[in-house]
Design a protein around this ligand. Sequence first.
Ligand SMILES: Nc1nc2c(c(=O)[nH]1)N[C@H]1C(S)=C(S)[C@@H](COP(=O)(O)OP(=O)(O)OC[C@H]3O[C@@H](n4cnc5c(=O)[nH]c(N)nc54)[C@H](O)[C@@H]3O)O[C@H]1N2
Ligand SMILES: Nc1nc2c(c(=O)[nH]1)N[C@H]1C(S)=C(S)[C@@H](COP(=O)(O)OP(=O)(O)OC[C@H]3O[C@@H](n4cnc5c(=O)[nH]c(N)nc54)[C@H](O)[C@@H]3O)O[C@H]1N2
Ligand SMILES: [Mo]
Length: 759
Amino acid sequence: MTDSEAEPKQDEGPAGGWGSLKGIGRVLARELPNPAVIETLMRQNKAQGYMCSSCAWGKPAHPHAFEFCENGAKSTIWELTRDRCTPAFFAEHTVSELLGWPDYELEMQGRLTEPLRYDAAADKYVACGWDEAFAQIGQSLQALDPKSVVFYASGKAALETSYLYALSARLYGHNNLPDSSNMCHETTSVGLKQVIGSPVGTCVLEDFERCDAIFHFGQNPGTNSPRFLHPLQDAVKRGCKIITFNPVHEQGLLRFINPQNPAEMLSGHATELSHMYLQVRPGGDIAALMGLCKHVLAMDDARCAAGQPGVLDRDFIAAHTHGFEAFADSARTADWTQIERTSGLARADLEAAAEVYAAAERVIGVYGMGLTQQVHGSQSIGMLVNLLLLRGNLGRPGAGISPVRGHSNVQGQRTVGMSEKPELVPLDKLAQMFDFEPPRDKGLNTVEACEGIRSGTVQAFVSLGGNFVRAIPEREAMEQAWRKQALTVYIATKLNRSHLVHGRASYVLPCLARSEEDLQQSGPQSVSIEDSFSHIHGSIGKRQPASEHLRSELAIVAGIAKAMLPAHPKWRWDEWTADYRRVRELIAETYAQEFHDFNARMFEAGGFYRGNPAHERIWKTASGKAEFTVPSVLSALGVGDAPGRYHLITLRSNDQFNTTIYGFSDRLRGLEGSRMILLINPADMAREELHEGDVVRLVGDAGDDVQREVAGLTVTPFNLPDGCLGGYFPEMNALIPLWYHDQASKTPASKGVPVRIRR
Ligand SMILES: Nc1nc2c(c(=O)[nH]1)N[C@H]1C(S)=C(S)[C@@H](COP(=O)(O)OP(=O)(O)OC[C@H]3O[C@@H](n4cnc5c(=O)[nH]c(N)nc54)[C@H](O)[C@@H]3O)O[C@H]1N2
Ligand SMILES: Nc1nc2c(c(=O)[nH]1)N[C@H]1C(S)=C(S)[C@@H](COP(=O)(O)OP(=O)(O)OC[C@H]3O[C@@H](n4cnc5c(=O)[nH]c(N)nc54)[C@H](O)[C@@H]3O)O[C@H]1N2
Ligand SMILES: [Mo]
């Protein structure tokens, strides 16, 4: 095949449809879970049910018969697999040997069954009892300076567990509480808070039933939040227009067949989702939004000059915002040539999109990692807010801003105190409730924790879920530095690479999954989580645990806390473990406004709303108003264009959940069989004299003289903007410099990574 014949891979039929059922079937056939998994799936995301452990999409008060998606089903089946990773497995394999295994094979060993301790002499993990593990971890932590210890959480653990985990860190003496949010929506927590005073989205699920237009930036619902496709489809059917900005033609934003609708399934009739699909360049969103705002202002000027009603919501701007004039000046003077070059979009398209915006009474701005994982991601969010403010599209029904969160409880963990920022936590209240002097200094976030591990100031890492070593940037250097730590502790369901890149002493503590029955002294326990729309839901696990030796995440957190801290009459670890209602009472006492009557309300259909001042047009910003901001740059990229330089975006396939690889079928993008691929458009292929199937390396091009490389990538033609490459997360993480992060929040900039292609 010649270059000109290289067919970009794409368009594998609509999202949803039969493909999603096949996807579930494949995982079912391989994992052979307990047949009772069906009962769990039927209860998934319903009141009194089990809250899916995949993404954080909202759970409606009136659910579908099957309120789960392909990926939610995969996640549940993956938890309830019959495979077991027992001490016998570790007796057969040294850690050095397992380090050579692919991530996929590690997790495929199945559920961890017993607590494990690293035995350096044998270079193996060996079984150890819970008492021994807790005692040794407690002793080691007592010997360390608390400020040199990090307590990380992946965003899955429940509110009850997260509250106790953060509390235990503060009782011990640090605020080093990064969670996966630091790699994800921290840009929202910081950037959105600066401009509207709220660190989370203002929308509730019902807003999607009323909006007239959705401006959708850098979020991929087909893969990452498939239940979002239902409200999107319903919206389009009632005439709502979706305008999408994404460098990749994601199927989930183009076409959808609802697998719950027999007529659609049989006829194959898909709903066209996006009214306009604008293939923005990586990091081009600030420019694109500037173009939209510029045209809205121009339309307003023209109408006012003609004596017609304007386009802007002047009453809202006057009453609720600050900084309008400065922003309007910057948009009016912005240069279309620069906007077109930076965004990669034509002025006519941006003007047409702006006209949709101006004609819509109610608009929602949706975004995901395409905006947050950029060096100037906070400014992109500021620009999206600017656009919404122009017509008062915040804090009223059918309008607002909607960051789509990742892990099922990542937003909730921040709500109940998992934060390295002491000012976000009611420390005085905690001091009074638990009779101690909390640490008041700022703790370490993800990037700072990594810096500390490299410099040696961080000595121990405790991990509540997740696969931190694999999720962070700068893989080579970080793995080397990781091993210098005195202690690593991993609370996990399955084996992953982080467990193998361990400290001098290391423990892997196996926990119950959310779908499993959690029996404590007072009986079966339930837990709770918060979704993307700030609604709190109770969740009950009913499946038989994967092993009799497992403990709940909460019991493990309490076990470590008890061993590491002195005894104190107010620190009732055993009592809290025996009955999680006691923990919810603590949460309700700490956060009375949001969580009053927590135990009584936790199973309300659709969840209970913990509220959001910006939703009520109360702006908790410095000025007391919503802020218009003037961006300092037009591109969100940290490193500009140069001959031979490409901007790599790291992508998720629909056959993975973060570092957990379910399989090698990226069905929605038509990519099958391998994750070691390099997506590139045919014009760039021709320029580089590359052919489909060539195997190349990517090298870092951040200009800091550090060698970064990923080799063995098969060239795959794909529909992308010029100068943009695509590759998979986490395989590409070695190419991302640790210092390459959002300027305001330090969220690693995993989209728009500067690289060059080498043979
Ligand atoms: N199946 C599955 N579901 C998941 C996950 C998973 O791994 N698998 N992960 C969960 C987690 S933790 C998270 S945070 C969410 C992540 O969900 P998303 O926010 O959807 O994150 P990504 O898939 O990383 O990237 C989203 C989109 O950004 C686009 N993009 C890249 N660069 C740019 C840019 O410069 N501008 C614009 N406008 N778009 C850009 C990409 O093409 C991609 O379609 O999903 C959650 N759900
Ligand atoms: N290049 C690049 N890097 C990225 C991203 C990107 O888009 N591109 N995305 C970033 C984002 S958004 C995120 S959120 C992070 C993800 O980073 P993490 O949240 O740290 O990683 P996960 O892959 O979600 O963690 C998977 C592991 O969690 C454990 N686990 C699963 N279920 C449970 C459970 O119920 N309890 C416990 N205790 N353990 C469990 C299993 O052992 C599994 O191996 O990665 C970030 N890194
Ligand atoms: Mo995430």
